[in-house]
Design a binder for this molecule. Structure first.
Ligand SMILES: Cc1cc2nc3c(=O)[nH]c(=O)nc-3n(C[C@H](O)[C@H](O)[C@H](O)COP(=O)(O)OP(=O)(O)OC[C@H]3O[C@@H](n4cnc5c(N)ncnc54)[C@H](O)[C@@H]3O)c2cc1C
Length: 325
């Protein structure tokens, strides 16, 4: 069989991560083209019905390792290596994110496999998967095929859309895995959110990105007030992060996070290529910039030429008035 195995990350409440659901959807689509099945690996005490619901994203089976801890890479490498070897999966696909990269890399070493990272698209050619990966600061895209099996594919964050289908219930199969000695050396003490109190930038549907055009650190309150009114979160460019105006956790771009919200509102952001690669998959990009020649106007959906200090407070008031009314 040339099936595709996906790792499905969940939080402490058992909610599956958006990127994992995207990876399952993508795997199911590709498996359909290969004439094979997509399956997911889940670790921890996740109830049957929660596991089975991954079927709605296209997983035919869910392999559940109850004894393995969530959040640590090595135990999950043990689980996935066993499932791949015993069930004969040809590919493992990860949705991106730090844990996905760590597990994917570990699995590659364990299985002496081939790996492609930062993948933005996967296609089928001659009955095999071919990964597309941007290179040279995203100025070109290369096709990467696999000489042997299994092939490991690690997506760029948010590269794959989570697509829920009607119905669909996955078969849940419990697997007993003896964890390697080194996999039990690290213990999960607590899982937390490093990106701010209550907002996960990668999952936010609306982001207000602030750049050097804000003028100074204190002016980020303009972005925060607008994001608050819109029910979104605040992101930042590297320039302002380097200047100490905003935390690195909010940085979007080549050396920051990759996001794909429904709306990305760029305030005082020039639109450098290194920023663009982190937000170009947003559904709608709205830019406010006083320079009509700013590069961001070349790829935004709606551009407003003007002073953000005048526009943003009015926009915030308008959003509040609309919501209040
Ligand atoms: C290897 C490498 C990696 C990098 N990684 C990243 C990364 O991950 N993320 C990232 O963002 N950058 C990254 N950069 C930096 C990137 O090249 C840019 O320097 C940076 O994105 C610029 O940030 P900015 O748009 O805030 O600032 P600027 O380029 O200075 O742009 C500020 C904009 O604000 C506008 N403006 C000024 N005042 C106002 C006003 N009152 N109203 C409206 N508009 C106004 C200006 O017209 C200008 O267009 C990287 C660079 C390198 C070399």
């Amino acid at each position: 069989m040339s099936g595709i195995l996906v790792y499905a990350l969940h939080d402490d409440e058992g909610n599956f991560n958006k990127n994992s659901l995207g990876a399952i959807s993508e795997a199911a689509k590709l498996a359909g083209e290969l004439g094979a099945e997509a399956a997911a690996v889940v670790v921890g005490e996740i109830p049957d019905d929660a596991c089975a619901r991954l079927g709605a994203y296209g997983a035919a089976k869910v392999y559940r390792a109850k004894a393995a801890p969530e959040g640590l890479a090595q135990p999950i490498v043990d689980v996935m290596a066993k499932v791949i070897s015993e069930q004969g999966f040809s590919y493992a696909l990860f949705g991106g994110g730090l844990l996905g990269f760590e597990i994917g890399a570990g699995l590659t070493a364990r299985l002496n496999a081939g790996v492609t990272m930062e993948v933005t698209k996967v296609k089928v050619a001659d009955g095999k998967l071919v990964a597309e990966r941007p290179v040279l600061q995203d100025s070109a895209v290369v096709d990467v095929g696999y000489a042997g099996e299994p092939g490991i594919i690690i997506g760029r964050l948010n590269a794959f859309d989570a697509t829920e289908r009607d119905g669909g219930s996955a078969e849940v199969v419990d697997v007993d895995v003896e964890l390697s000695d080194w996999s039990t050396k690290a213990k999960m003490v607590t899982r937390g959110e490093q990106r701010g109190e209550d907002v996960n930038i990668e999952d936010a549907e609306i982001l207000v990105g602030g750049g050097r055009g804000l003028g100074e650190a204190g002016n980020f309150k303009l972005a925060e007030e607008l994001a608050g009114a819109l029910g979104g979160a605040v992101a930042a460019t590297r320039a302002v992060v380097d200047a100490g105006w905003y935390p690195y956790a909010a940085q979007i771009g080549q050396t920051g996070k990759t996001v794909a919200p429904k709306l990305y509102l760029a305030a005082g952001i020039s639109g450098a290529i290194q920023h663009k690669v982190g937000m170009q998959n947003s559904d709608n990009i709205l830019a406010i910039n006083k320079d009509p020649n700013a590069p961001i106007f070349e790829f935004c959906d709606l551009g407003v030429v003007g002073d953000l200090h005048k526009i943003i407070p009015k926009l915030t008031e308008a959003v509040k008035a609309k919501k209040g009314g």
